[in-house]
Design a binder for this molecule. Structure first.
Ligand SMILES: Nc1ncnc2c1ncn2[C@@H]1O[C@H](COP(=O)(O)OP(=O)(O)OP(=O)(O)O)[C@@H](O)[C@H]1O
Ligand SMILES: [Mg+2]
Length: 342
């Protein structure tokens, strides 16, 4: 174990995590390394989409990659497979340099893209067969794996139908069936539950757990902390192209253990009060949005009277108030002052 300090503005997150990069395929604990990314930089014009981003993935993990819109998640997944050029940094998948071995590596990777990649003019079974052939499967092996993929995603009964007849959730499941037909060692899921009904969502999350139990290592990107909490063994949070937190659920929870979130709805927007509240003992941060003051305070510190006095002095009337202990969902807020889905 090494301790890494991730600087993010005035917040610093200290977590016990594994060394961010090793040259060997096995790390110090002897685990197989599936992905080793060191300090990649990717720019689109003036936008720094990946800003010295480093990340490791061990065999058998389900890694949750969490971040708001535009954080750089899809860019990272594209860079990982060599589908987009990077300005600097190093990427190894299965211990091999992606630049030199992209074709060989991709044979063992399944990608479930953010935008659906299925053919509307092919039936479900034709779609999965097509992708199976692309990955080099043929004959009896192809037939068996196509059937298993359709059964696994609960689409076998509907195999002869065209995707245009499918719901959003079924299309997503077909997208997954196409991506896993070749039994990849590593599967990249890019927000696979967006726009799906709760039943399909649960099916997708359970399917990911099963794929992992059957031997696939997984990266799962999402905007939703509750999803990554449900299925992931480790969570990496990225914002503005940078890793701002990296740890197991209990490691991340320990960071917010002593915090509470106080939400106070007031009758008018007042930025003066924000600065005043920030100075109160025990207050870690305060910001205002739509007349709601959100205050991150040390748990157990009795500063609510002072906060209310300040509101009174500024002639702010309280419309509503609630206080609760911070949950993992609030970690992004406590690190950045913003919510994951603004
Ligand atoms: N092809 C492109 N051309 C120009 N800018 C791009 C391109 N792709 C991504 N970007 C920019 O790079 C940044 C990161 O985008 P990316 O798609 O990686 O974010 P994301 O975390 O996947 O977001 P989302 O959750 O919305 O999918 C954004 O500012 C985006 O506008
Ligand atoms: Mg994306």
């Amino acid at each position: 174990m090494t301790f890494v300090i991730i600087d993010y503005g005035k917040m610093s997150l200290v977590l016990a995590i594994n060394s961010l990069y090793t040259n060997n395929v096995k790390n110090k604990r002897g685990e197989n390394m599936i992905v080793q990314v060191r300090s990649i930089v990717k720019r689109y014009g003036n936008v720094l989409a990946n800003d010295h981003l480093s990340l490791e993935l061990h065999s058998g993990e389900i890694l949750g990659l969490l971040g708001p819109n535009g954080a750089g998640k899809t860019t990272f997944l594209n860079a990982l497979l060599g589908n987009t050029s990077i300005e600097s940094g190093e990427i190894k998948v299965f211990g091999k340099d992606i630049e030199k071995f992209a074709l060989k590596i991709k044979k063992d990777v399944g990608v479930v893209p953010q935008d659906l990649a299925i053919y509307e003019d092919l039936t479900a079974i034709e779609n999965v067969t097509f992708f199976g052939e692309l990955y080099g499967l043929s004959g009896k092996d192809l037939k068996i794996k196509v059937k298993e993929s359709l059964e696994f995603t609960n689409l076998y009964e509907r195999r002869n139908e065209f995707p245009k007849k499918f719901s959003g959730g079924m299309k997503r499941r077909l997208n997954i069936a196409c991506s896993i037909v070749h039994r990849p060692k590593l599967i990249l899921f890019d927000e696979p539950t967006v726009g799906v009904d709760p039943q399909s969502r649960n099916h997708i999350l359970q399917a990911i757990k099963t794929l992992n139990k059957e031997g696939s290592t997984i990266i799962y990107t999402s905007h939703y902390m509750e999803e990554v909490e449900e299925i992931c063994s480790r969570i990496v949070i990225i914002d503005k192209g940078k890793v701002i937190a990296n740890g197991t659920i209990s490691e991340l929870e320990s960071f917010i253990m002593d915090e509470q979130i106080i939400n106070i709805q007031i009758n008018h927007v007042n930025y003066n009060i924000v600065e005043k509240i920030k100075k109160i003992y025990g207050v870690k941060d305060c910001h205002i949005k739509n007349q709601v003051l959100t205050i991150i305070s040390k748990y157990g510190v009795q500063n609510i009277t002072q906060i209310l006095n300040n509101l009174n002095q500024e002639n702010c009337k309280i419309i509503n108030i609630n206080m609760e202990k911070a949950h993992l969902e609030d970690l992004f807020l406590t690190l950045t002052g913003r919510t994951l889905r603004d």
